[in-house]
Design a protein around this ligand. Structure first.
Ligand code: BGC
Length: 286
């Protein structure tokens, strides 16, 4: 059991200078589905914050290379690894290669996810299984490998106060029901309670597990919701803050959640959604 008891809190000291801190210097992060959208922005942001980054992808190797180059421009070491997150052996091999080539693992960002939408009565088992396999089973398999590594490593005191951080990319749809997207909402609801249950289990080991839950963000997964004036106006009815999110904003949140600045946060769902979860209909109604 970790024991941080002290009779008095630490003395508050005034820093004499304002150094530029790369909050993740010396750490290694693995980001799944890092070749596009939110995953790509997070991989680049982690690299800018000083972390070495594994760029996982399953298709579109060219896009993964682009992410890789962007991360490397930040001065970080980076590695692109192809692996299907729903395939147990491929996941194990990816984590093994990460440790072999980069020496450690400190941060996992479970970002890989997809939608296969259909009216519920027409949804096929293939559509159900695909979404569950990537969005939920994939997060389980990757989190399990990461936790195993974090347990072996323990706390690397020179780089972080915790023994490891898992960030699950969930969605506002882990609490907002979504007609026409039942498989997706069910997978994200699953991610939410997986995240919280794992967080509870591994907190005594010094491992932090949290979710970032994006609302509408400008990425390829939802192009039809923002790419025309009509669609954008209709989307704004669901967003009290009246703008779509940009992938880079998720990158900044992920850096903070992976850093020691958020060291006392575990088991939390952080909604980054311009207020989409605030029952927007009640802005005027009720
Ligand atoms: C979905 C997007 C959607 C957003 C808000 C996300 O989880 O992937 O397609 O625009 O939630 O509804």
């Amino acid at each position: 059991m970790r024991d941080y008891f002290v009779e008095q809190g630490p003395a508050q000291t005034q820093a004499p200078v304002c150094p530029i801190v790369r909050s993740l210097a010396g750490q290694t992060a693995l980001v799944t589905g890092a070749n596009s959208g939110i995953g790509r922005a997070i991989a680049v942001a982690l690299g800018k914050a000083g972390a070495n980054v594994v760029v996982n992808y399953v298709t579109r190797e060219d896009a993964a290379r682009e992410t890789l180059e962007e991360v490397q421009q930040c001065g970080a070491r980076a590695l692109a690894i192809a692996a299907d997150v729903s395939n147990e052996q491929q996941v194990r091999d990816m984590f093994q290669r990460t440790v072999d080539e980069l020496g450690a693992l400190d941060i996992l960002v479970n970002n890989a996810g997809l939608q296969q939408d259909a009216p519920f009565h027409e949804m096929t088992t293939a559509q159900w299984d695909k979404v569950m396999n990537v969005n939920l089973r994939g997060q389980f398999l990757c989190t399990r490998e990461a936790v195993r590594i974090f347990m072996r490593q323990g706390i690397r005191k020179n780089v972080s106060s915790s023994a490891g951080k898992v960030i699950c990319i969930s969605s506002v749809h882990d609490v907002i029901p979504w007609a026409g997207h039942v498989n997706y909402a069910a997978s994200k609801g699953g991610v939410m309670l997986m995240m919280k249950s794992v967080a509870q289990e591994v907190a005594p080991l010094g491992i932090r597990v949290n979710s970032i839950c994006p609302g509408a963000v400008r990425t390829p997964i939802n192009t039809e919701a923002w790419s025309t004036r009509e669609a954008y106006n209709s989307l704004m009815k669901l967003i009290p803050y009246k703008r779509i999110g940009e992938p880079e904003e998720l990158g900044r949140v992920a850096v903070w959640l992976a850093s020691d600045d958020s060291d006392y946060i575990t088991g939390a769902s952080l909604y980054v959604d311009g207020g989409m979860t605030l029952y927007p209909g009640f802005e005027t109604g009720g």
